[in-house]
Design a protein around this ligand. Structure first.
Ligand code: PLP
Ligand code: COI
Length: 357
């Protein structure tokens, strides 16, 4: 595909302090292209200086939330190379989300080439300090200039990048999570397994209530019976009950996380017993009460592996593994970040090297 590149003639000064937080400092460029059904599909693929977008006030995304996004990171190895982690999985999930939201898909090869070309242009922005990365945020939205509710014919696809250190202020220290009993995030048949903005907007209220009580995020229960564990706000969850790893099965309302998939594949390859199944909150509470829950963690691109040190359910507080990082959480963190940074052998072929542009 043809991607034109216009270099930013006034590049920003890169911050010296590596405490970037998450998603606040953006790079010098962005990728953008448009889709118009009456112009034969995607057109005008270009990398341009980072800039504001201009939208017609009737744009579909502003009224009916036609929007999807992705999240992946570019990593710097200790020898200075830059690499992506399983980007094809993000491309495939982007296209599955697009199908759910009646947005156009992007041919896989093109979507991958866009990511690789964009990162090659922003190569020098990939940070070097331990625990830091360049977080890529591809997103797509409906841009029809009409207030009728219908599928869109005019769409914009953008990729931006921002510096990331730790997503949670706790870093790798265990986070406190509250099991949400009022609001629900998703139901089967809804949009839970798509990565669309509306899922996140609707979950803010519960997150805010939890934050007021000192919790980092909420753990969602299923939207029908409010009985089964689903996932956390920005990550999937895993539990070590006795010596088996249990994670909720992908039943249509949970986001199919790429970190989750990688943890499952990694653990199985090492001989761990991993069950992807229904896990009721009652079973989890029993396991917490009788000491069978050895550790719990969340996993996601932004959050990496985030040990859970405390769970609150219906005003009862359960401390997990004395509020410390568990053995399997630490092992997963070390192995995944090791592969991503080139310190651990990539025996699964997950790494995608990037050349400087
Ligand atoms: N679940 C939700 C709701 C998320 O937002 C994310 C983050 O992308 C995840 C799970 C983890 O997915 P991944 O590992 O692909 O980042
Ligand atoms: C990610 O981990 O990439 C996410 O999208 C989580 C987030 C909503 C910040």
């Amino acid at each position: 595909m043809n991607i034109s590149i216009t270099k930013n003639t006034a590049p920003a000064k890169k911050p010296e302090n590596a405490e970037y937080g998450f998603g606040k400092i953006f790079t010098d460029h962005m990728f953008i292209m448009e889709y118009d059904a009456d112009q034969g599909g995607w057109h005008d693929a270009r990398i341009v200086p980072f800039q504001n977008l201009s939208l017609h006030p009737a744009s579909t995304v502003l009224h009916y939330g036609s929007e999807i996004f992705e999240g992946l990171k570019a990593y710097r190895t200790k020898t200075g190379e830059v690499q992506l982690f399983r980007p094809i999985e993000n491309v495939r999930r982007l296209n599955r989300s697009a199908e759910r939201m009646c947005l156009p898909t992007i041919p896989e090869d093109d979507a991958l080439e866009i990511l690789k070309t964009f990162v090659s242009v922003e190569y020098d922005w990939v940070p070097t300090a331990p625990g830091t990365t360049l977080y890529l945020r591809p997103f797509m939205f409906g841009n029809d200039q009409s207030l009728g509710v219908h599928s869109v014919s005019s769409v914009t696809y953008v990729v931006i990048a921002s510096l990331a250190s730790s997503y949670f202020k706790e870093g790798l220290n265990p986070v406190k999570i509250m099991i949400e009993t009022e609001d629900v995030r998703a139901v089967r048949g809804g949009t839970g397994e798509a990565k669309c903005g509306g899922n996140y907007g609707a979950s803010t209220r519960a997150g805010q209530r939890a934050a007021e009580l000192g919790y980092s995020q909420v753990l969602w229960l299923d939207g029908v019976e409010r009985k089964y564990i689903e996932e956390v706000g920005a990550m999937n969850v895993m539990f070590r009950i006795d010596d088996e790893i249990v994670t909720p099965a992908l039943d249509g309302s949970i986001l199919p996380g790429i970190t989750r998939k990688s943890c499952v594949e990694l653990l199985k390859s090492e001989g761990y017993t991993v069950h992807e199944r229904l896990l009721s909150v009652d079973e989890l509470v029993d396991a917490m009460k009788n000491g069978r829950l050895k550790e719990a963690w969340g996993c996601g691109t932004a959050a990496v592996i985030s040990p859970i040190g405390e769970l609150c359910y219906k005003d009862e507080v359960y401390v997990i593994n004395n509020g410390e990082i568990g053995e399997v959480s630490q092992h997963l963190y070390d192995t995944l970040t090791g592969i991503q940074r080139g310190d651990v052998e990539d025996r699964f072929n997950w790494i995608c090297p990037i050349k400087k542009g």
